[in-house]
Design a binder for this molecule. Structure first.
Ligand code: CTP
Ligand code: MG
Length: 399
């Protein structure tokens, strides 16, 4: 089978999209543009290797994405790009030179809607023609306009195509073309076909995809976010059922100088009377996940009579419940807990607790909520005899 590699160029600064992080790191349906782009190639059966070209300043952003991609293809270590797209592509081609693939696809990180079909067409065209680009016949009439805004010519629309990526080439030919352009000081050509043409290669157009637009301006990113969300919603409706589980836990205060809440140690004038570490937040959350699974409760999974749970750190309970969820092919979407006590004050610890729970569960921080209330001095919490927590967990299970 032919060895096919992909270079994803992601080293641009996205100036036309304005504000915030470069566009390839902005979120579409909760995941960065580049993550969507990478996933399309990473899971494609025809793709052997993927090389991403990044801006050196973006390395931490890239590393965070890299860890979230499940790939059948090999994700090669990212390399640094250059000041122009052409230089970034060249950096990618050079990085592959020690182990050259047969064919190379070059794709813009800023085109996250690339489909498996389009990738397949690109590979097919590379094999047939050695140099090929996806194109779409122009729908609008195009004018050649001078710097004064005067129309100079109206090319025949039937011969005009808008071209996209992935552009597909015989690797050694494209690498030679780029090297030659570099030697002759030619830079700033905005696609690889232009370099191939300049070096005298015949470039074939194959059928592009109108959905495969490049995100260029801020409004493109907003529209793409809506489109990704719609796609996501469709999957949820068809493949998953959404479930909500609740949990509740109480522990009595005892002598001591600290308590555990949400996996965080908090100094306090009292301790907790408990078999484990007495973390009411993690216990309530564990029960909420078990409740969503309709799979018993914390007592049935971790009987207090079993000595192995004595003094146990409660994150183990929650991790076990999440293992049960994963074993059923489910995903955790959101956790919400309320702590009920007069003291300690939860506000100063809220962010640490959220971060710890997000870390235990592998959730983004914005999917973990911690709230607190007193009970207006009423009842056992009001008399400061104990502390309580209630929780909700939202999960998705395959149908
Ligand atoms: N690109 C690159 N290196 C550069 C310039 C661009 O890798 N020096 C990449 C971009 O990250 C993008 C693709 O090439 O995925 C297409 O370029 P473009 O849409 O022009 O992106 P930017 O250059 O980032 O945007 P702008 O021109 O608005 O600054
Ligand atoms: Mg650019």
């Amino acid at each position: 089978m032919a060895d096919i590699a992909v270079i994803i160029v992601a080293a641009g600064r996205g100036l036309r999209a304005g504000g915030g992080e470069p566009k390839q790191y902005r979120l579409l349906d909760g995941a960065p543009v580049l993550a969507h782009t990478l996933r399309a190639f990473a899971a494609h059966p025809l793709i052997g290797r993927i090389l991403t070209v990044i801006h050196p300043d973006d390395r931490p952003l890239y590393d965070a994405i890299h860890d979230t991609i499940e790939a059948t293809a090999t994700l090669l270590p990212a390399v640094a790009g250059g000041d122009t797209r052409q230089m970034s592509v060249r950096a990618g081609l050079e990085a592959l030179a020690t182990e050259p693939p047969d064919y190379i696809l070059i794709h813009d990180a800023a085109r996250p809607f690339v489909t498996a079909d389009l990738i397949e067409r690109a590979v097919g065209a590379a094999r047939l023609y050695g140099a090929a680009v996806p194109g779409i016949p122009m729908a609008d009439t195009v004018k050649v306009v001078d710097s004064q805004g005067k129309v100079r010519a109206t090319p025949d629309r039937a011969s005009l195509y808008a071209v996209q990526t992935p552009q597909a080439f015989h690797y050694t030919s494209l690498q030679a073309a780029h090297a030659k352009a570099n030697e002759q000081g030619i830079d700033g050509l905005t696609d690889d076909a232009a370099i191939a043409e300049w070096s005298g290669m015949a470039v074939q157009v194959f059928e592009g995809d109108t959905g495969n637009m490049k995100l260029t301006r801020a409004e493109d990113i907003e529209a793409a976010d809506r489109r990704m969300r719609a796609r996501h919603g469709y999957t949820v409706r068809l493949d998953y059922t959404v479930r909500l589980g609740t949990g509740y836990d109480v522990h009595a205060f005892a002598d001591g100088d600290h308590i555990w809440l949400g996996g965080v140690r908090i100094d306090h004038t009292r301790g907790i009377l408990a078999h484990s570490d007495g973390d009411v937040v993690l216990h309530a959350l564990t029960d909420a996940v078990l409740g969503a699974l309709a799979d018993g409760d914390i007592g049935s999974h971790f009987p207090p009579s079993d000595p192995q749970w004595k003094g146990a750190s409660s994150d183990r309970f929650l991790i076990h419940a999440l293992d049960l969820l994963r074993a059923r092919g489910g995903v955790l979407d959101h956790l919400d807990a309320t702590v009920i006590c007069e003291t300690p004050k939860i506000g100063p610890h809220r962010e640490a607790i959220r971060a710890r729970i997000a870390d235990i569960c592998g959730l983004p921080l914005d999917a973990v909520s911690i709230k607190a209330t007193t009970s207006e001095r009423l009842g056992f919490t009001g008399r400061q005899e104990g502390i309580a927590a209630q929780a909700a967990a939202t999960i998705r299970l395959p149908l």
